[in-house]
Design a protein around this ligand. Structure first.
Ligand SMILES: [Zn+2]
Length: 211
């Protein structure tokens, strides 16, 4: 999931106006900012199926640090403590809560591969919306649109929708399967993820800062 995570960010930004939007935008993205780094360093693994571009053909074979509820939240608490110390306790708490919201939303779309603890005899969560890729494409876009329209101040709605739609369209091949092959390897997929999130966060932060 990509743009859906940011719908939650917009809600939190509206509810907690004293916290800088950038903290919340980075918070909801934190697992997917950490994940590419861990994949590229070999600490987590992913298997991309070259014969399908669809999300449900990607096997997240191991991501106990970036994408577990418990361990992932403990790791998010490290930057959270810095943010709490240098900014405000509320900002630090919100960063960790935003990061946990990422896991909760990923549970809706991912196959049953999301670790709960991230260690020991673990349980895996995932409702598998990605098994219905066209529905997943429409529902994530609808979720993003409805929350943006209802929650965000009117002047920001159009730019946020435009940027969100653009990035959702960039991701469309992974839902709608225009290409028969997957153009990415595990490593290029990780690189794409980190640049995609950083570019989107940068664009959003600019909209919130200037709007
Ligand atoms: Zn994720």
């Amino acid at each position: 999931m990509f743009i859906g995570h940011f719908a939650v960010a917009y809600l939190l930004i509206v509810l907690f106006p004293a916290v800088p939007p950038l903290v919340i935008l980075c918070g909801v993205s934190f697992p997917d900012l950490l994940w590419p780094v861990l994949v590229l360093t070999g600490m987590e693994t992913v298997a991309v199926n070259p014969d399908s571009p669809l999300q449900n053909a990607i096997r997240f074979t191991s991501y106990p640090y970036s994408h577990s509820l418990v361990t992932g939240s403990l790791i998010a608490a490290v930057p959270g403590l810095f943010i709490a110390y240098f900014m405000s306790p509320a900002a630090g708490i919100l960063f960790v809560a935003a990061s946990a919201s990422h896991w909760l939303l990923d549970v809706v779309t991912h196959l049953q591969d999301l670790p709960v603890l991230g260690f020991g005899k673990d349980m895996k969560a995932g409702l598998g919306l990605w098994n219905y890729p066209k529905a997943a494409f429409v529902l994530e876009l609808a979720f993003y649109t409805v929350i943006t329209v209802l929650a965000v101040q009117p002047a920001l709605v159009v730019p946020l929708l435009a940027l969100g739609f653009a990035f959702h369209l960039i991701n469309a091949n992974s839902f709608l399967g225009f290409s028969r092959k997957n153009p990415f390897t595990a490593r290029s997929y990780a690189v794409l993820a980190i640049f995609g999130f950083l570019a989107f966060i940068g664009g959003l932060n600019w909209i919130f800062a200037t709007g």
